[in-house]
Design a protein around this ligand. Structure first.
Ligand code: MOS
Length: 758
């Protein structure tokens, strides 16, 4: 760990402050959505369809209804019709999900295995669970499609993916001409297993009604998104729905979109007239809150004899649900990252009997960059140029898609820092060995878009007469540390020590700032918090200089500084008074300000990407097929860092997910039944401590005056971007073999090493 680009040595911003919510989390005092104690609480358990496609011909709930403690069994016959679809807004803006339009239990149709077909409510969880097994269902099953191999011939090219926000095809120049003029080409098909998020906290909602007012304690990435979606589905004003989510126990995209269970919990609570807790099981998480879809990428690169790209063609094929044209935006970077005049990106979809896929950890870039960056590795090998040198030869001085300057960059410095850290100059050809282990070094570029909503973000700041501050914005902390970072921003802007600032989020009763999605939470919310706190501080200074009783009376407000809650004249620090003295003298219990900040428009004339570079060293045992990641070095330029410790944790977490993506993570769909065969943490492998190498992280300082007031570009996802590609490229260096499917398993390595495979 090295430099922190923001620590000025003075204010709290940038310091490695411990999490403000560490104590309640460690002691268990923090209550998550499934832990809210309420008088008269009841428990709902969902029943999932057992076929992948067909019709329910009979559903008999009488045995379940008569079981002990059961209060209600809701089916498509009894639950009633939803009022309507929520307006389609990107969840970043706080609205509901684009492109996930299905709501279950509205007819007898079954579109995918696990689709919710009944809700059983009982006085205890165990009784509800027991009764859920007593719901008797008969189906008329129909043939299903659940994997690409079953329906390649049915692929179609959508005009746009997720509800029109991303075009199905994007082009510039002439890719055919670019390939014709190339002296070297690489043409490869990559395949990716589906993935599931698997946060530790399974999704849950506790719902209760007070008259016509609904309160939901929900595990979500965005309280406003849940509020708008549930209100629209129920046909009630969204002002009558309050969503509370002070703690969310991990998510990785699983809680970004608003799935069916919060609304089902609200409907169940209305049906039984009591509070309802609805917690998904781990197995239900595999069919109830999306997944990263299976996908196949076809990448064709053309380059001249110097390795300069003449063409990039990137086509993606993936299964979507029966309802929505969903694909994670895997092609988002292929047209932006390198200087290349000719580009073509095309999404193709097939309709499949699965729930709609969704965002997952570095959505799009994790897969898209894997394909692009391993193809570049192959190109480097063919041309005989060092892989890092190849990237530098294709370095994009401006955004190649628009010609606009970058809002900030830092990529060259990231390459340099990461290369120094891993010892790239040691990269020997042929690679070295360590006993029977083959060693390899690989690298890849990391990048992630800087997203911003179209609408303003807001926050509220208040100073009390006792000198304490409370600052609020409706953002949820999904484990990122945003509550801590916002405390630091508020304290620094108001000129207070952090222990006199309290930041509150996770509640729709607070001003709307941003959902914790797209790595944009810290950037957006810090903009709102900063603006509100500047406003409040100005108000207080204005009061002091206008007050004949203040020592600052008549002073120039621009010459006043605030330290430790004391306003003082910059030229004469002995003259001043505290916020508290001012408020007490003026008989004010508190002073409050709201700040609003509008993000740059989407057509702002800047390319806005966060850049980084990933390096990995691996050891491969060709006889046993083992791959061990020995070291990783990541260098990132995420703009201003608000908290050096939580930022580093986020980046490291992303890199560790990269290890999982490269070597472990796969959801296995059973084509006959349409069910996920490994829907448990026992069988869905994620990287654990034993898989995690030594990780170095360098933060490269870049100043960005475009993206938001504090220049925060975000650290949420860039840590995973390019990480799996660096590992695969290191495996290629070690073994000489290009692996083009993820995860790279023991069997895959054995199959290429001549050893007998399983
Ligand atoms: Mo995140 S995967 O953009 O919710």
């Amino acid at each position: 760990m090295s430099t922190n680009p923001t620590a000025t040595g003075e204010g709290p911003v940038g310091r490695p402050l411990d999490r403000v919510d560490a104590h309640p989390k460690v002691t268990g005092a923090a209550r998550y959505a499934a832990e809210i104690p309420l008088p008269g609480l009841t428990h709902a358990v969902l029943v999932g369809a057992r076929v992948a496609h067909g019709r329910i011909t009979a559903i008999n709930a009488s045995e379940a209804e008569q079981a002990e403690g059961v209060l209600a069994v809701l089916t498509h016959d009894s639950i009633g019709k939803i009022a309507g679809q929520p307006p389609l807004l990107p969840s970043l803006a706080g609205g509901p999900a684009p492109g996930e339009t299905f709501f279950p239990m509205q007819s007898d149709r079954v579109h995918y295995a696990g689709q919710h077909i009944a809700v059983v409510v009982a006085d205890t969880y165990d009784r509800a669970l027991h009764a859920s097994h007593l719901v008797r269902v008969e189906y008329a099953e129909e043939p299903s499609v659940t994997v690409l191999d079953q329906a390649r011939d049915q692929a179609y090219e959508p005009e746009a993916i997720f509800a029109g926000f991303v075009p199905g095809r994007s082009e510039r120049g002439d890719v055919t001409a670019g390939l014709a003029e190339a002296t070297t080409t690489v043409d490869r098909v990559y395949s990716f297993a589906p993935n599931h998020h698997n946060p530790i906290e399974t999704s849950a909602t506790t719902a209760y009604w007070e008259g016509d007012r609904l309160t939901l304690h929900d595990a979500t990435q965005g309280v406003t998104a849940t509020q708008h979606t549930v209100a629209a589905l129920l046909g009630i004003p969204h002002s009558r729905v309050r969503v509370v989510s002070p703690y969310t126990g991990g998510s990785f995209g699983a809680k970004a979109m608003v799935w069916h269970h919060p609304t089902l919990a609200a409907l169940a609570a209305r049906a039984v007239g009591r509070p309802v807790r609805l917690a998904l099981t781990r197995e239900q998480m595999f069919t109830s809150c999306g997944h990263r879809e299976e996908q196949e990428h076809h990448v064709t690169l053309g380059a001249d004899d110097q390795g300069r790209l003449t063409a990039v063609r990137h086509h993606k094929l993936s299964p979507t649900s029966p309802f929505d044209h969903w694909a994670e935006p895997s092609l988002a970077l292929s047209g932006h990252l390198y200087a290349c005049p000719n580009y073509e990106g095309v999404y193709r979809l097939i309709r499949a009997n699965t729930s709609t896929p969704t965002f997952m950890r570095c959505p799009g870039e994790a897969t898209g960059l894997f394909a692009l960056e391993t193809a570049l590795d192959e190109l480097a090998e063919r041309i005989g140029v060092d892989p890092l040198e190849l990237r530098l030869r294709n370095y994009a001085e401006t955004d190649p898609a628009t010609g606009h300057p970058w809002s900030s960059n830092g990529l060259r410095e990231c390459y340099q820092a990461g290369a120094d850290r891993i010892g790239w100059h040691r990269r020997a050809q042929p690679p070295r060995r360590d006993g029977h282990w083959l060693l390899g070094l690989g690298m890849a570029t990391a990048a992630y878009p800087v997203y911003a909503p179209n609408n303003p973000v807001r926050a509220r700041a208040r100073i009390y007469a006792d000198g304490m501050a409370t600052v609020q914005a409706a953002v949820t902390d999904i484990g990122t540390g945003v509550l801590t970072a916002m405390t630091q921003v508020a304290a620094e802007t108001l000129g207070l020590p952090v222990d006199r600032c309290r930041f509150e989020g996770g509640d729709t009763d607070l001003p709307h700032a941003a959902a914790a999605v797209g790595s944009a939470g810290a950037g957006m919310v810090s903009a709102a918090v900063h603006t509100a706190c500047v406003e409040l501080r100005s108000k207080l200074i204005a009061r002091a200089v206008a007050d004949p009783a203040s020592p600052l009376h008549g002073a120039d407000p621009t010459r006043i500084t605030v330290t430790d809650g004391r306003m003082a004249h910059a030229d004469n620090p002995g003259t001043g008074e505290t916020y508290s003295e001012l408020l007490q003298r003026q008989f004010l219990p508190d002073v409050e300000a709201t700040g609003s900040w509008g993000p740059p428009p989407h057509d702002a004339p800047f390319g806005m990407l966060t850049f980084g570079a990933q390096f990995a060293e691996v050891a491969v045992d060709p006889e046993l097929g083992l791959v061990r990641v020995r070291r990783m070095a990541g260098a990132f330029a995420p703009g201003r860092v608000l908290n050096a410790k939580t930022a580093r944790s986020q980046l490291m977490g992303g890199m560790i997910w990269g290890v999982g993506q490269a070597l472990l993570e796969a959801s296995h769909m059973e084509p006959g039944t349409g069910r996920w065969a490994n829907a448990s943490l026992g069988e869905y492998l994620v990287a654990v401590h034993a898989d995690t190498p030594e990780i170095d992280i360098d933060l490269i300082e870049v100043e960005d005056t475009v993206v938001n007031p504090l220049g925060v570009k975000g650290v949420g996802e860039i840590g995973q971007s390019g990480a799996a590609a660096a590992i695969a490229n290191a495996i290629h260096h070690a073994t000489g073999h290009h692996f083009s499917k993820l995860p790279i398993t023991i069997e895959d390595v054995l199959a290429t090493s001549g050893a007998p495979s399983a």
